[in-house]
Write a protein that binds this ligand. Structure first.
Ligand SMILES: [Zn+2]
Length: 79
């Protein structure tokens, strides 16, 4: 994807942005910050280039190297 490319779902344009991404890998969830992505200026749909996906997998596979752990409250939806 390139700057100004059209979103697949609407007429919005994709803009480069660094995102905090939640990533699932082998049943575990990790968060990766500063991931280069494309975000639709209209609907907010996020796109990742193929090499970025590969890199995310690599990072997840080497998760023992992860130095920082964040914790956050997990609420369960109920009526
Ligand atoms: Zn869009």
């Amino acid at each position: 994807m390139r700057n100004g490319d059209k979103c697949e779902f609407c007429e919005g344009e994709a803009r480069p942005q660094l995102l905090l991404v939640r990533f699932h890998f082998k049943g575990q969830t990790i968060y990766v910050d500063n991931v280069p992505a494309w975000v639709c200026s209209k609907c907010g749909e996020q796109y990742f280039d193929a090499p970025v996906y590969k890199r995310l997998e690599e990072i997840a596979r080497h998760r023992s190297r992860i130095k920082k752990t964040i914790s956050f409250p997990l609420a369960v939806y109920s009526l």
